[in-house]
Ligand binder design. Structure first.
Ligand code: ZN
Length: 379
């Protein structure tokens, strides 16, 4: 998998999340490292990657050789260049073991599969024992919201009074499920969804290094389909790379076909007919999209996003400039559409299509919820 090969190994390789990187590097530099961190944010935004990099930097041999004292007040050594303190060397015994996932000092637990109180008791016992490498013992608990209540309470005991050599990094996509008693003991970082530009840049780098021939339009199409999750985009690129003739340049059409996406040209066409109250014409577009094998849920979701952009541009035209990854033609389509329809009608459409999108999953006929929305909106 390409995403594994190009998984970031240093802070400088992380895409986005500058606010988190800056704070963690600040802690490394000052030596004021906390005992518990909570990384929250939607899937594929780099929580686990960043947790591993932070762990590496904390236990990196280069850093520790200069700093024998373990505790909250590691003192930065003035003789060492800053870079050594704020980046893992990625070459020492600890860094290599952690990168390969077989370090005894970095213990990764997937709470989705180990939710019970016994698992956490085991963790608590392990936390009491010093790290075999003599540095920090770092527990990375992924999907921490999946822990049972009793497991959470058991974890809380160690979180309340963690041994000096222990650091917890908890990660979750659902922070609202974390008990307030836990929240009050952690430093929380909210990871942001990545924008199309950030995702495109990483994909371009990967394609360049792998010698994948792909044009900008195709890169952009992948980036937009990923909904802010870099990992999804990287997995998509792998899939596309495996499916197309390596001597041919990958186009946006190839991407649409392989990922079952709807070409962007359909959005203005569909909305144009809908706004003209052309019920039959709108239905024809839906049928055409369905016959192309595209995923109706994805189409309807993007339709809502498209309409939202139209509404936002109507309220404040300046926002269009901040929507990255859009070309001039799309920007023009959106502002033209905004001028031809009033806000109330747009809102009605957004609500109607949002509901349709939620219903598609359970509908025996995937295009039916969308068709019903069209009938409602054109009557
Ligand atoms: Zn190292």
């Amino acid at each position: 998998m390409l995403y594994r090969k190009y998984r970031p190994q240093k802070f400088s390789e992380i895409v986005g999340q500058e606010h988190v990187v800056k704070t963690l590097q600040g802690a490394l530099e000052s030596g004021r490292v906390g005992h518990a961190y909570l990384f929250t944010g939607s899937r594929g935004t780099g929580k686990t990657s960043l947790a591993r990099i932070f762990a590496k930097a904390l236990n990196c041999d280069y850093r520790r050789n200069q700093q024998p004292v373990i505790g909250n007040q590691l003192k930065a050594d003035s003789r060492r260049p800053e870079a050594v303190l704020t980046e893992p060397c990625d070459n020492c015994h600890f860094c290599l073991a952690a990168s390969q996932g077989n370090s005894l000092d970095l213990i990764e637990i997937d709470a989705a599969s180990r939710t019970g109180v016994d698992d956490i008791r085991e963790l608590n016992d392990s936390a009491m024992v010093a790290a075999p490498g003599g540095g920090y013992k770092i527990f990375l608990i992924d999907e921490v919201h999946m822990l049972s209540k009793s497991a959470f309470n058991a974890l809380l005991k160690t979180l309340e009074e963690p041994p000096a050599h222990v650091i917890f990094i908890l990660a979750t996509t659902e922070p609202h499920k974390i008990l307030p008693t836990v929240l009050s003991r952690v430093q929380r970082f909210d990871f942001k969804r990545l924008n199309h530009g950030q995702i495109s840049e990483k994909l371009k780098m990967m394609a360049g290094k792998e010698g994948i021939k792909i044009n900008d339009e195709a890169i952009k199409t992948i980036a937009m389909s990923a909904d802010g999750a870099l990992r999804d985009a990287e997995v998509a690129l792998t899939k596309i790379h495996a499916s197309v003739d390596p001597n041919k340049e990958v186009s946006a059409e190839d991407v649409n076909e392989i990922l079952s996406l709807v070409s962007y040209k359909y959005y203005p066409e569909f909305l144009g007919r809908l706004l003209n109250n052309d019920r039959v014409g709108s239905m024809e577009v839906i049928q055409k999209i369905h016959m192309s094998g595209a995923d109706m849920e994805n189409f309807t979701g993007n339709l809502v996003e498209y309409l939202r952009n139209v509404l936002m541009a109507k309220i404040n035209p300046a926002v269009l400039a901040s929507v990255s990854g859009m070309n001039d033609e799309e920007t023009k389509n959106i502002s033209t559409l905004g001028q031809s329809v009033d806000s109330q009608r747009l809102i009605k459409m957004i609500v109607s299509f949002s509901n349709a999108r939620n219903e598609i999953k359970h509908s025996p006929v995937p295009q039916l919820p969308l068709e019903l929305a069209v009938i409602e909106l054109t009557s």
